[in-house]
Design a protein around this ligand. Structure first.
Ligand code: 5GP
Length: 361
């Protein structure tokens, strides 16, 4: 596990509200329980339960959203999630979250994302690069001046945001999210994700918003094939997203098409096993994709909900598929090609990996 922990890693599929610490969720639930807003004993076991089906996971997200949707909490969980990824030696994090409107808290989609940005800016245990443009304009978002803390080099993490469209939303709400992403491009937003319960809604509802995003140059990743739905999978692949997440329930034809198109796949091993989308890790499609040299990225999905970390996912892939330290290092480094941030960030990440390679053995 040690070398998986110390290796620099790139995380491209992490949902903010799925990555919250259990301890924080319990604390928030206890607080709301004391205020009489929920019954703590009813939710405690839901938070602590480990094995959940895909539909139970979405019920848990509804609970999490009740616990987290005010500005202060959104800021707090964002800060903690970044600290946790940085502590796991994630050097580049693309964090995705669904901008939420909550009139009772005076929250708009914009103010939700502003609270997320505030959380990113409030991280001080590690240097955060949120946007090259911001770093040039002002030092407020970068803690570069504090490079040396207590006599030791501070770690650095690049954080970029993807705004998620939830499959429950309307076409108008999806368009609002894309417009927000475009306005916030210079603040660290680099792309759009389509997620949410895969058995809810029709992805075609979001096609106008997704096409508009692409026309404006925003890269898109789609949750694709979490449930068997060949028509949707084929249509999603035909849309040519820059990446897809999961790809669990592909038939032979869709599999062939995916490989022809070489669309990179964000692989979330523990998530797929826990939600029983894949029967067991040894039959996971990681093996086939890896052997055919198909672009793939190991990710956590929901590190809090599934009690995992990126190091744990690397360790699991290494032990299940017989991959050594160097193989895993190469896999981690290869992810640089698939990030949505600028070429400048890619160059800087390559330098981090060149340095780390010298210390590998
Ligand atoms: P948030 O966007 O609120 O920060 O993160 C939680 C949300 O991400 C969930 O409500 C859901 O919409 C989405 N999400 C998290 N994990 C998964 C997953 O495994 N599959 C899909 N389709 N969506 C997910």
């Amino acid at each position: 596990m040690e070398w998986c922990e110390s290796m620099p890693k790139i995380e491209l599929h992490a949902h903010l509200n799925g990555s919250i610490r259990d301890s924080t969720l319990l604390e928030l639930a206890r607080d709301l329980g004391e205020k009489g807003a929920i019954v703590f004993s009813d939710v405690e076991h839901v938070i602590l339960k480990n094995d959940r089906s895909l539909s139970e996971v979405f019920k848990l997200f509804d609970l999490i959203h009740i616990l987290t949707t005010d500005h202060e909490t959104v800021t707090r969980i964002t800060k903690e999630v970044i600290e946790d990824f940085a502590a796991d030696n994630v050097v580049y994090l693309e964090l995705r979250t669904t901008p939420k409107r909550n009139d009772s808290k005076g929250m708009s989609k914009r103010s939700y994302i502003e609270a997320v940005l505030e959380g990113i800016r409030s991280v001080n245990s590690v240097e955060v690069d949120l946007s090259h443009k911001l770093n040039m304009d002002t030092s407020a978002y970068s803690h570069a001046m504090d490079d040396v803390c207590n006599g030791t080099e501070r770690k650095k993490i690049y954080v970029r945001l993807l705004l998620s469209i939830d499959r429950r939303e309307t076409a108008e709400a999806a368009m609002e999210t894309v417009e927000l992403a475009l306005e916030m491009r210079d603040l660290g937003v680099v792309g759009i994700d389509l997620s949410g319960n895969p058995v809810v809604g029709d992805w075609l509802t979001f096609l106008p918003a997704l096409e508009f995003a692409r026309k404006q140059g925003l890269p898109i990743t789609l949750h694709c094939g979490e449930v068997p739905n060949p028509d949707e999978i084929r249509a999603m692949l035909g849309f040519l997203p820059r990446r897809i997440g999961h790809a669990c329930c592909f038939g032979d034809d869709e599999w062939k098409r995916l490989k022809q198109l070489k669309i990179p796949v964000e692989i979330c091993l523990t998530s797929n096993i826990r939600t029983e989308t894949i029967a067991s890790v040894d039959v996971h499609h990681f093996a086939d994709l890896y052997e055919s040299n198909h672009p793939l990225i190991l990710c956590t999905d929901d590190a809090g909900v599934f009690s995992t970390s990126l190091s744990t996912e690397y360790m699991l892939a290494s032990s299940t598929f017989g991959l050594g330290k160097r193989d895993m290092f190469q896999l981690a480094e290869k992810a640089i090609e698939f990030i949505f941030a600028s070429d400048k960030v890619k160059t800087e990440l390559k330098m981090i990996y060149t340095t780390a390679l010298k210390e590998l053995d």
